[in-house]
Design a protein around this ligand. Structure first.
Ligand SMILES: [Zn+2]
Length: 260
């Protein structure tokens, strides 16, 4: 197996992973929903004069991405408090605000967390309207609720490109490609496999003219695209997905061993 980083921006990474099976690539993708992530899980309202019901505000609070210390923090059910809730597994937050004005995520107060997007609006309060609540955030997984998802991971098969002698470099494929993956270098047509998403538009166009382009999807090389919502980095999403997959396999083999 070989891994190559193709690109990296603040919230997105692209990796080429060579020499794995489609089923493994898909298992890694699905394991994103098994990474523990911090999110608000319960809210107790003292005052809510706003136009939104308590449960709508609670729903909006759950979806605010929070950063916590995931290394020292425990899942409530695995914590030494045995699920009762303590400062090792629960982060307490509070908010107290009075209108008029928009109340933003930056107004959430407490220790042990960081609001990743402080400018996310929670609710608009009119003159003298008040909002006051306390809330608990805990670690959960995307398979329990989407608010615990750290980002999205998807993959494409790596394209293998063949351009035959029939090609006369007419350039029609360059105009057709929506990914701008094709260019003319000298008088040769070059397709960048890192940009190609196998849509087949160039093959269709070329079939009407020369039938010079053939593109196939590799069965063992895949391009992984990972976009983070900010709780952990895009590289960590890939690493933690693989760790979660490993953990599940380890648990399965332990149970199989016991049932012998
Ligand atoms: Zn605890």
């Amino acid at each position: 197996m070989k891994i190559e980083k193709l690109s990296k921006t603040k919230n997105k990474s692209v990796f080429l992973i060579k020499g794995i099976k489609n089923s493994i690539a898909n298992a890694i993708r699905r394991s994103v929903y098994e990474i523990p992530i911090l999110a608000i899980d319960s809210v107790e309202f003292y005052k809510n004069d706003s136009a939104l019901y308590d449960e709508i505000i609670a729903q909006r609070l759950g979806l605010i991405p929070l950063k916590g210390d995931l290394k020292t923090f425990k899942r409530q059910e695995n914590c030494s408090c045995e699920g009762k809730g303590c400062n090792k597994c629960i982060v307490s937050l509070k908010l107290k605000a009075k209108g008029p004005g928009t109340i933003y995520a930056s107004e959430l107060k407490g220790k042990g967390f960081e609001v990743i997007y402080p400018q996310m609006p929670i609710v608009v309060l009119a003159q003298d309207q008040e909002l006051e609540f306390v809330a608990d955030a805990k670690l959960g997984m995307g398979k329990e609720h989407a608010k615990f998802t750290p980002g999205i991971l998807w993959f494409n098969a790596y394209p293998t490109v063949e351009i035959s002698k029939e090609c006369n470099s007419c350039g029609e494929c360059i105009k057709t490609c929506p990914q701008k993956a094709i260019s003319l270098q000298g008088n040769k047509i070059i397709i960048d496999p890192n940009k190609c998403d196998l849509c087949g538009a160039c093959v269709e166009k070329c079939n009407n003219l020369k039938k010079a382009i053939k593109i196939n999807a590799s069965e063992e090389d895949f391009i992984f695209y990972i976009e983070t919502f900010g709780q952990i980095s895009s590289e960590e999403i890939l690493i933690e997905s693989v760790n979660a997959l490993n953990e599940n396999i380890r648990e399965l083999s332990k149970k199989l061993e016991k049932s012998k």
